[in-house]
Design a protein around this ligand. Structure first.
Ligand SMILES: [Zn+2]
Length: 280
């Protein structure tokens, strides 16, 4: 008994496709920018980046800061605004196949977010730690701070907010209720920014030296740990994907079955719909 053979072509179920090409495009774009920035830092940090009050520092580093902040803000606001503007206003009529496709897009976004989190929290932050061990800060603006706090962290925040708003506007599981792990994943990087202010205030008045175990640094660690909540978020996403993959698709499914006299009949089953999801 072959069900597929009995399906008219207009009802054929097409499996949703994961957005691999777009994901790798975004990733390669991000990696190029991070690499170019790192090369720029390597070539200029020790030559023109040691003295905030020098003309060269203003030219090579402060100009970069003044350009990158508005560009990142406009880019982030533009992407989030576009996701909100194109939101799904009929989520109650969402077909399971389309919902599944959106989960693939969300997983792609979280993958990009994970790589941004790694790049920002590991190589860029370690570069700042190494910088503090060999130079003395003269102001809050150093070549490593400009890359970490005013480029890396804003990109980190944007990555989290984009995924959150996408899920909130396109997936019933996240639109109806607030997912606690997802909220933590977003709140962590966002709250790092106030901690940056607290840290700089502390360094100005209490710790001229960079004591890594200083209480003003605890917030960075704690807020970085918020990304561990991504584990809980993945459980929520995967449980819903499991439910959705049990549903044959958004089209009416034609089931082939044996009739009472043993001859094959077909029956339309229009009521195929996944159970509503429960978000924590
Ligand atoms: Zn620092």
């Amino acid at each position: 008994m072959n069900t597929i053979d009995t399906l008219p072509s207009s009802n054929a179920y097409a499996a949703p496709r994961a957005p691999w090409a777009r994901m790798f495009l975004v990733l390669s774009g991000l990696l190029s920018v991070y690499t170019a920035y790192r090369i720029y830092q390597h070539t200029t940090a020790f030559t023109v980046g040691l003295d905030y009050f020098s003309e060269d520092f203003q030219k090579y580093w402060m100009t970069l800061l003044y350009i990158q902040l508005p560009v990142l803000f406009a880019l982030g606001a533009g992407i989030v605004g576009w996701i909100w503007h194109t939101r799904d206003r009929n989520l109650d009529r969402l077909a399971p196949a389309e919902e599944l496709r959106r989960y693939f897009v969300l997983l792609g976004q979280l993958m990009v977010f994970g790589i941004i989190a790694y790049l920002t929290a590991s190589p860029v932050t370690e570069a700042d730690a190494a910088w503090h061990q060999v130079t003395v800060r003269d102001t809050d603006f150093t070549p490593t701070h400009i890359m970490l706090f005013y480029f890396g962290i804003p990109v980190f925040i944007t990555g989290a907010v984009v995924a959150f708003v996408y899920a909130r506007t396109r997936l019933p599981q996240f639109a109806k209720r607030l997912s606690l792990p997802f909220a933590l994943v977003v709140a962590g990087p966002v709250m790092i920014m106030p901690n940056v202010g607290f840290n700089e205030w502390g360094h100005t008045f209490f710790y001229a030296e960079e004591l890594f175990a200083a209480p003003i640094h605890w917030g960075f660690v704690l807020l970085g740990w918020a990304t561990f909540a991504a584990g809980g978020l993945l459980v929520q996403i995967l449980s819903r994907i499991v439910e959705l993959t049990k549903v044959a698709g958004s089209h009416p499914v034609i089931e082939a079955m044996q009739g009472p006299e043993g001859k094959q009949v077909t029956r339309r089953n229009e009521s195929v719909k996944a159970e509503p999801a429960v978000a924590a």
